[in-house]
Design a protein around this ligand. Structure first.
Ligand SMILES: *[C@@H]1O[C@H](CO)[C@@H](O)[C@H](O)[C@H]1NC(C)=O
Ligand SMILES: *[C@@H]1O[C@H](CO)[C@@H](O)[C@H](O)[C@H]1NC(C)=O
Ligand SMILES: *[C@@H]1O[C@H](CO)[C@@H](O)[C@H](O)[C@H]1NC(C)=O
Ligand SMILES: *[C@@H]1O[C@H](CO)[C@@H](O)[C@H](O)[C@H]1NC(C)=O
Ligand SMILES: *[C@@H]1O[C@H](CO)[C@@H](O)[C@H](O)[C@H]1NC(C)=O
Length: 274
């Protein structure tokens, strides 16, 4: 999954009548649909969600032609015959899973780009993603170490084998980009963000091929790889950021079956069973 896929599909029994700022639409050359432009004094907003009656629903539409979370309040109908080509039947008596939330990833690339903006524009941008007037993102994926969205390959313990992780330390990217952006995002959010950590690759010395771009974690390194994750969580905690969860790694099966050599840890289901 690309960490930059900021997608939303909302069909919620909620409403609002608050005034909001419109999307200032701009078509980026060679792309098919426009983006909303923010600057230091203007960014589009979305009215905060409020409750509406159970016979109504709110439909948000984003389209290629330029609509961006265009809001319509509509009512359910009980029509058994419809001439429309698509009919959605909703049984409001029956509830299934609860959605934990929506979000995006704070990678090095995100931090570098946000840092390149003026302080006021950074504030507007983060508000538009995290605040009550924005998308209210509540989940953020944070890469553990470097990724393909970094300017170079790195882990928190590069170099010689270091079984006790004595040389473990966060990178400049964590301190300059990811941690400041996460703290700032937290300050705009109504709720504490739920952080999800994912590693792209282990230090070379933990891997079967001794290289970032290939190989599995050596079985003899499983404990060290677990300890590495714990150290990451503890290091972020020292900066006031507590994680909600971690994954076994980014795109484990993609890395296993791709013919290309990419920055990865390969994992297969059989290796995840003790
Ligand atoms: C910021 O965007 C708003 C809305 O498009 C525009 O009116 C204003 O002139 C822009 N400000 C700057 C400094 O570009
Ligand atoms: C639709 O039908 C159900 C069950 O017959 C009924 O409870 C409900 O009030 C009806 N809704 C509308 C909008 O007519
Ligand atoms: C790792 O730490 C343990 C416990 O402190 C120690 O016994 C062991 O020698 C250390 N191993 C290395 C490779 O430094
Ligand atoms: C935060 O959200 C709760 C509901 O989830 C709401 O009651 C409260 O007013 C919100 N606070 C702010 C500052 O928006
Ligand atoms: C792993 O690769 C590094 C860099 O090429 C090299 O210095 C090191 O000796 C290699 N380690 C092993 C165990 O092959």
């Amino acid at each position: 999954m690309s960490p930059h896929t900021w997608s939303l599909l909302l069909l919620l029994c909620l409403d609002a009548v608050t005034a909001h700022e419109k999307c200032i639409s701009k078509l980026i050359p060679n792309t098919e649909s426009p983006v909303c432009v923010c600057n230091a004094s203007y960014c589009d907003t979305i009215p905060a969600l409020e409750k509406i009656s159970s016979s109504h629903y709110v439909l948000y539409t984003t389209s290629k032609s330029g609509e961006r979370l265009k809001k319509d309040v509509q009512s359910f109908t009980n029509s058994s015959s419809s001439t429309r080509s698509t009919v959605v039947k909703i049984n409001i008596e029956k509830e299934y899973q609860t959605i934990i939330g929506w979000g995006g990833a704070v990678t090095d690339a995100v931090g570098i780009n946000i840092n390149s903006l003026s302080i006021e524009a950074q504030k507007k941008l983060l508000e538009s993603y995290f605040s009550r007037e924005g998308l209210e993102y509540n989940l953020v994926r944070v890469p553990i170490g470097g990724t393909d969205f970094s300017t170079h390959l790195y882990t928190y313990d590069d170099g010689k084998e270091d079984l006790n992780l004595t040389h473990f330390s966060l990178s400049a990217e964590d301190l300059e980009y990811k941690i400041p952006v996460l703290k700032s995002a937290n300050s705009y959010s109504n709720n504490t963000l739920q952080l999800l950590g994912s590693a792209w690759y282990a230090p070379d010395w933990m891997k079967t091929h001794n290289h970032t771009n290939s190989g599995y974690i050596k079985t003899s390194m499983y404990q060290t790889w677990a300890d590495y994750h714990v150290k990451f969580l503890e290091s972020y905690k020292e900066h006031g950021l507590n994680f909600w969860g971690i994954t076994t790694g980014n795109e484990p099966s993609f890395a296993s079956f791709m013919p290309l050599e990419i920055a990865c840890n390969k994992w297969q289901p059989k290796q995840m069973v003790c």
